[in-house]
Design a protein around this ligand. Sequence first.
Ligand code: GLC
Ligand code: MG
Length: 534
Amino acid sequence: MSGSRAPQRDRPWWESAVIYQIYPRSFADSDGDGIGDLEGVRHRLDHLVQLGVDAVWLSPIFPSPMVDFGYDIADYCGIEPMFGTLADFDRLIAELHARGLKLLLDFVPNHTSDRHAWFQESRASRDSAKRDWYIWRDPAPDGGPPNNWTSDMGGSAWELDPATGQYYLHAFLREQPDLNWRNPQVREAMHDVLRFWLDRGVDGFRIDVLWHCIKAADLRDNPPNPAFRPELGDKFKVLQHHSANQPEIHEVAAGFRRLTDTYGERLLVGEICLPVETLMQYYGTADAPGVHLPFNFQLLDAPWEAAALARIIGDYDAALPADGWPNWVIGSHDAPRIAGRLGEPQARVAAMLLLTLRGTPTLYQGDELGIGRVDIPPERIRDTQDVRQPGLGLGRDGSRTPMPWDDSVHAGFSTAEPWLPLNADWHTRNVARHHAEPGSMLNLHRDLLALRRAYAALSIGDLTVLAPHGEVLAYERRHDGERLLVALNLTRAPQRLALPDGVTAEVLLSTLPHRHFGGELAPDEGIVLRLEEV
Ligand code: GLC
Ligand code: MG
């Protein structure tokens, strides 16, 4: 493919797209309740256009008791009143589409809220017509839970329902009972949910904890985890060999894919936290197609070292199935902020990495401002994961703080006190300020996204990782005669960068103010060079 001018295969829109994740509670509040909403998002679409992203993934917006902030859904086919109405949703999608932006919704198939009508009916009696829609079992002989599975949010994965004397399974909170994906009625009902939103025009879905949906039919005990330490949280007491990633999951995913394919070019992104080789299975096969993009989370906790990153990038690329398209993630509503981990100078380098690797990047709201770690005072902690397993540092509130838009009261996010505190530096780290400041983190993101549009090599081109030299991570991107070199200095010391033989280089972009390239990278500098053969 590289260098040839032969017609390319038709590429689906999402291969060259950049996805932007919106956490709706924290994006923009239009009605002064301190919580973001759909109208808030709609009023801020210019930000997305100026940034230059192509698609928005909205974390859940459906009716929810909000015990897990929307990942506990009480009705899959409505809008949470706190976020707005279906009419607001229709307006939002129309305005996104009018600007050429796509919309992905968050589809949560593993579990519902315990307030969902299906679960209410299921728990009503052992003979309920929906009893088998969830996973119910008798107590163990000693009256305890049916097996040793632990919840990702702490404690046993089983909750006793005293009225009917059985336990139900919940991989996450007890307020999030797991659906029984072995029941064909559940599959049908959830396919109806996908149709409901596809008929309203959505361009795809991010699928929540896809690898959890099917459990071993016999629900046998998980093996104990030899590496368990209590500070890891109960989730890690056992290895989730039988409670997740079962072979039958691929048939479930194929069901989603076959359905969405009937709507044309729609995108399925799967949340799957598994090692690379296993992750690859989620692309599916010709007979049982999987999701288009199984989320690749490796950068979230990769060591920030050239050799390690080079290995991760190379191994991932090599492991991809023939038609598998890569993707990269560097932040989310579940992960610590990248700028908190690396500091702003290296977060700029990380942004260049995310937006110049081969594949579809997902950018998390606020990372374009370089929001760092936000410490949440104990009385303002909201994440149930933190509340139920306190002191282990498992809380996710620090990555979910409101978007700072300007330096007016509450950073222009809301007219009321926001549900979570703002980043402490919001007076200077906000969209309006960054907009006006050449070289700001926001403008760096805009420049990177503009460069990605201008040079197809950056989005769809081939990628070759160069042998790491010191702490410089370097790779070439090539497409249709374009040849770009990305070089990232991962240290605070200057580093030499030798160019390949027989080329001259022109600087297209640096993470530092305007630069000429003289064979060296400045401290904390990332650079994109256009190579020309001499
Ligand atoms: C996913 C979501 C996370 C949620 C969990 C349970 O990992 O990203 O926020 O708590 O699923 O639904
Ligand atoms: Mg609101």
